[in-house]
Design a protein around this ligand. Structure first.
Ligand SMILES: NC(=O)c1ccc[n+]([C@@H]2O[C@H](COP(=O)([O-])OP(=O)(O)OC[C@H]3O[C@@H](n4cnc5c(N)ncnc54)[C@H](O)[C@@H]3O)[C@@H](O)[C@H]2O)c1
Length: 250
């Protein structure tokens, strides 16, 4: 039977690729995103072949009402909520900033989406998963949650919190059959990073720090998520799967 899966931030980049791969595998996917137009564009671009398997949910992961509505829509599709993929994320303002230069507004905004948003999604999904006797959570953190990115403190702090939230859920819910893991992508070419990677000098500087010699693709991350969400990953729990071409190993 098809699983019911929610992917947040699904209208772009990594989230769009994750939703596409899961739909290809025959899962019911509820694609949630803040941006309704971008969701519709992604449906036309990538998901047109999967009519009945796909639901679109315009919603903000920082709003508990939107989170509740989206998760309950997904649950109603098959009577289960099998997997949630917490992918929605933002980096904050475009300028590079150290902690004392980071505005409180910028910190609050990054935290609201990357930290509190993941907390809200998990907090709302867990009772549904407990009631059905299990479920899988995959959180998209970042290598910035393992090694600090220079002048990106708000983002690094928020992604470090996602890694620890993942371990906390793993410890507290293992006995109830709920698995929780994180994926830590390195530099992936998406609309989030495109502005930087389009500039040859900046791209060369980024690539020079990656032992594999190139940035990653959205599919590199989506395949990692597909694996963690699968029964083949049944003993992976509380782990962080790093997808970064060895960037963080140097
Ligand atoms: N691209 C990279 O190099 C990279 C590296 C490490 C981690 N990540 C993480 O991967 C995830 C996806 O990144 P991406 O590069 O695909 O970004 P992206 O900007 O292409 O896509 C992010 C999507 O999230 C949506 N979104 C933003 N705020 C939201 C909210 N409050 N509620 C619902 N949806 C919201 C956006 O509308 C957008 O469609 C993020 O969590 C990001 O931090 C990306």
């Amino acid at each position: 039977m098809s699983r019911s899966i929610v992917v947040t931030g699904a209208a772009s980049g990594i989230g769009e690729a994750i939703a596409s791969l899961l739909l290809q595998g025959g899962d019911h996917v509820t694609a949630m995103d803040l941006d309704a137009e971008a969701l519709e564009a992604a449906r036309v671009r990538s998901w047109a072949a999967y009519g009945q398997l796909l639901s679109l949910s315009r919603g903000d992961v920082t709003q508990s009402g939107d989170v509740k509505r989206t998760l309950h829509v997904a649950h109603a599709r098959t009577g289960r909520l099998d997997v949630i993929v917490n992918n929605a994320g933002i980096t904050g303002g475009p300028q590079a900033l150290k902690l004392h230069q980071t505005s409180i507004e910028d910190f609050d905004q990054v935290w609201a989406v990357n930290g509190r948003g993941v907390f809200l999604m998990c907090r709302t999904a867990l009772p549904l998963m407990l009631a059905q006797g299990g479920g899988v959570i995959v959180n998209i953190a970042s290598v910035a949650g393992m090694v600090a990115f220079p002048e990106r403190s708000a983002y690094s702090i928020s992604k470090g919190a996602v890694v620890m939230l993942t371990k906390s859920i793993a410890v507290d819910y293992a006995a109830q059959g709920i698995r929780c893991n994180a994926v830590c992508p390195g530099m992936i070419d998406t609309p989030m990073t495109h502005w930087r990677l389009q500039q040859p000098e900046l791209r060369a500087r980024v690539v020079s720090r990656i032992p594999q010699g190139d940035v990653g693709s959205v599919l590199d991350v989506a395949h990692a998520v597909q694996f963690l969400a699968s029964p083949q990953a049944s003993y992976l729990h509380g782990s962080t799967l790093v997808v970064d071409g060895a960037y963080s190993s140097v």
